[in-house]
Unconditional design. Structure first.
Length: 499
């Protein structure tokens, strides 16, 4: 690399002019060589590196070793960027592509130094050997790569836009599920039949039956009474639906509180932490165990179909993450920062999960979790008080099946998009590899050989180095001439005085 570029070390100090541009690592797209934007240097208060039109900026910190860009303007850049200046006859875009090669990234990654901020030294970059074709072929390679990259970028952008739309589609399906729109045609057909389960057990009848079943099961145990639900600000529901509190349709309870005493208990059982529960997702790669006493085991033991709600998180977008326990680890308990909701019917767990994942359900979770202190946290009482739209069991089952069908299709498409994005990146890397193997563009026998180009660069550098040595000598020679003239003058003045 050092045969093709020079590593500049020119620095600039604040204050910077109002028209001076600043480039940082955040302004360079990874692996594509694209500039995402630029900053205003006037806001900077520390020394920066100077770059000029035609230079290449390369990120030397370990997380950013695949970041490089060629610039056609001048300015200042972060000192975490190495400034490379191609020699006369070297195509800057060709050098840029060499820096973006996966082989070079692997080379640089294996030669970083430093503990807190590992980085690759400029001399290490310079030591990397780049297969160098003639100047004209460099330009052909760079142009072809740019054209292919442009087409690949357009395809990747389309794939990512489809991913974005797929996410919006999921939210739209969830929204329709809990406004009745998703099952509207089904419901209208069912209501035509006087003997349909939908007519026989609307939400009001179902809620009364759930209340009676829970009272019978709980017996004399004292049950927390929930205040009536104010539905004035809640959306209007379809015919046969009703609003209820989550605590009216499920049993809400807390989990195990961690303390030192638990390590000495004989029963050590795997338990779920906040880190295991995400939005409609369980991550069970890292499970820990905790001591549980016999007296609390029934309360904290998990059963398939239990709804798990994350109690608190620093981010408002992560508060109230919900997932259903799948029973894949048995026995298993949960910590106190996960609130459990158990339902008498499995379909209600799916129904409540879908509601709390929907846009309207998320809004209710955020509203319940907010506080005057600006922190967001849920509690057992807040989860119990959450509003949930209730429909008949048969319609809840229909909604659950329709959600599963549509989300399965969306998941399959999501996986296809993910594979396509990986293939696009692999294609980008294989194209770069072919370019530097001399297999991307045809060679032209009339091109000036690369050996002559390299020899001319070497000769030019030697010439410039000689001129610099002469310039350094010039002040010394001038000083000597001035000293000799002064001595001659002093002698002449002395002789005149004697006369």
């Amino acid at each position: 690399m050092a045969d093709l570029v020079e590593f500049t070390t020119e620095k600039a100090h604040p204050p910077f002019g109002p028209t001076t541009d600043f480039i940082g690592l955040e302004h360079i797209d990874k692996a594509t060589g694209k500039l995402l934007g630029r900053g205003a240097a006037t806001e900077l208060r520390s020394t920066k590196s100077v770059f000029r039109p035609g230079d290449i900026l390369y990120g030397k910190l370990r997380p950013y070793l695949a970041k490089a860009v060629a610039v056609d303007f001048g300015g200042v850049c972060s000192t975490d960027l190495v400034v490379l200046r191609p020699d006369q006859g070297v195509e800057a875009r060709f050098v840029l592509k060499a820096l973006l090669r996966p082989e070079f990234t692997a080379y640089a990654n294996g030669r970083v130094s430093g503990v807190q901020h590992p980085r690759v030294a400029p001399e290490v970059v310079g030591a990397y050997e780049v297969p160098t074709p003639p100047s004209a072929e460099q330009a052909r390679i760079a142009t072809t790569l740019d054209e292919l990259s442009s087409r690949l970028d357009a395809a990747v952008a389309q794939l990512k836009e489809t991913q974005r739309r797929l996410k919006a589609y999921r939210q739209a399906v969830l929204r329709d599920a809990f406004t009745g729109k998703l099952t509207q045609a089904w419901r209208e057909e069912q209501l035509k039949d006087p003997e349909s389960a939908l007519r026989k057990e609307p939400a009001s009848v179902l809620l009364e039956r759930i209340r009676e079943e829970r009272e019978k099961a709980e017996g004399k145990r004292k049950r927390r009474n929930l205040p009536p639900l104010d539905t004035s600000e809640l959306p209007e529901l379809p015919e046969g639906w009703a609003w209820a509190r989550l605590g009216n349709v499920g049993q809400v309870s807390g989990g195990v509180t961690k303390n030192r005493r638990r390590s000495s208990l004989p029963k050590q059982i795997p338990y779920l932490r906040v880190a295991n529960v995400y939005a409609n997702e369980l991550r069970l790669d890292e499970m820990l165990s905790i001591g549980v006493s016999d007296s609390e085991l029934d309360r904290v033991l998990l059963a398939p179909g239990d709804l798990l709600v994350v109690e608190g998180n620093g981010s408002v977008e992560q508060i109230g993450r919900v997932a259903l326990w799948d029973g894949s680890v048995s026995p298993c308990v949960h910590q106190n920062h996960l609130i459990k909701v158990r339902f008498g019917r499995a379909v209600f767990g799916q129904h409540a999960l879908g509601w709390l994942l929907s846009p309207a359900g998320r809004d209710e979770v955020k509203r319940a979790a907010s506080s005057t202190s600006g922190l967001y946290c849920l509690s057992i009482s807040k989860v119990m008080a959450l509003p949930v739209p209730v429909c008949s069991a048969v319609e809840a089952e229909t909604i659950s099946q329709e959600l599963e069908r549509r989300f399965s299709l969306a998941e399959a498409l999501e996986q296809t998009l993910g594979r396509s994005l990986k293939q696009a990146e692999q294609l980008r890397q294989s194209t770069l590899r072919r370019a530097f193997e001399g297999k991307l563009v045809p060679q032209d026998p009339s091109d000036e050989p690369a050996a002559e180009l390299l020899e001319r660069i070497r000769a030019e550098r030697e010439r410039q180095a000689g001129e610099q040595r002469e310039r350094r000598k010039a002040p010394t020679a001038q000083k000597g001439r001035r000293a000799r003239r002064r001595k001659q003058l002093d002698l002449a003045i002395g002789k005149g005085g004697e006369a």
